[in-house]
Design a protein around this ligand. Structure first.
Ligand SMILES: NC(=O)c1ccc[n+]([C@@H]2O[C@H](COP(=O)([O-])OP(=O)(O)OC[C@H]3O[C@@H](n4cnc5c(N)ncnc54)[C@H](OP(=O)(O)O)[C@@H]3O)[C@@H](O)[C@H]2O)c1
Length: 273
């Protein structure tokens, strides 16, 4: 398997959750240099401290604050990052958010905010970094979700954004075919992160029941699967046996049948009130 020791990974959305777990895995187990990106400098500093004990030198982990929603800020930040630390060999695009409610209860601001961060934020980072990576080669990981393949009650904004990322990944993969850049898309089911805590207050019971069918994974497990999948050259990386099974079944059975079966299973498991 490819040696990532001394390579440089930019982890966008690296101050928390899946991004932080991938950073930790790369830094501790693969000796990779890390640059973490996120909006909150205090979260970034805390993440940097969390990674410090397992790395060879404090200079191995750095961080920069940026809001991926803002294209100009992304361009300025990534130019500075590349001048200071050098081009990324690995780019993980994990910045993301959700607004989990029935569509009719979602404000336009909530809906658009999810698309802005999850889709436009990813595009902004790709625009700033991909042309540079194409010159020397590297690996890009988009972070979509299992919700990028199947619509879920209460996830209209989230699913719209995650479906968009799968489409984006499929197009870019093809366009990058003749370049030294490999691209993959990570599509986990639910993962125990602060994002899940955030949605607890508003999540409809139907959404909760649908997600419970597949269970919740730990971020460290997802990170290990993400990195090994990327190094094996997988395009779609789906951590977790149940999630992979669901994905495969959804590829072969007619959509309508999947929908009816899911409704039945959710109805059986949903708490009665
Ligand atoms: N947790 C799950 O169940 C799950 C499942 C499948 C896929 N995913 C996807 O995995 C990715 C990471 O989610 P997570 O669960 O790890 O969430 P998380 O713990 O909330 O982490 C999100 C990260 O993104 C950063 N971020 C959010 N908005 C940003 C913005 N506008 N600009 C820059 N950075 C921003 C956050 O830092 P700041 O807030 O400081 O900016 C944080 O570092 C998301 O794309 C999510 O959709 C999550």
């Amino acid at each position: 398997m490819e040696d990532l020791h001394g390579k440089r990974a930019y982890i966008i959305g690296g101050s928390s959750g899946i991004g932080l777990a991938i950073a930790e895995h790369l830094a501790r187990h693969r000796g990779t240099d890390i640059v973490l990106f996120g909006r909150s400098l205090s979260k970034l500093k805390k993440a940097q401290q969390q990674l410090a004990p397992g790395v060879a030198s404090p200079r191995q982990v750095n961080c920069l604050s940026v809001d991926v929603d803002n294209e100009e800020a992304v361009n300025v930040c990534m130019t500075e990052a590349m001048r200071t630390f050098g081009r990324p060999d690995i780019l993980v695009l994990s910045a993301g958010t959700t607004a989990t409610k029935r569509f009719v209860e979602l404000s336009a601001e909530d809906f658009n905010g999810v698309l802005q961060t999850n889709v436009q934020g990813t595009v902004n980072c790709l625009r700033a970094l991909m042309p540079e990576m194409v010159k020397t080669g590297g690996k890009i990981m988009l972070v979509s979700s299992l919700a990028g393949f199947m619509g879920i009650f209460g996830y209209s904004a989230y699913c719209a954004s995650k479906f968009a990322l799968v489409g984006l990944a499929e197009s870019l993969r093809w366009e990058l075919e003749e370049t030294p850049v490999d691209l993959c898309v990570l599509c986990p089911p639910e993962v125990a992160t602060p994002l899940i805590e955030l949605e607890k207050e508003t999540i409809p019971k139907e959404t909760r029941a649908a997600k419970d069918l597949l269970g919740t994974l730990e971020a460290e497990y997802v990170a290990a699967k993400a990195v090994s999948g990327m190094l094996k050259g997988k395009f779609v990386i789906i951590p977790g046996f149940k999630a992979r099974l669901m994905y495969l079944v959804s590829r072969v059975l007619p959509k309508n049948l999947i929908y009816r079966l899911t409704l039945k299973m959710v109805a059986l498991t949903m708490p009665k009130n």
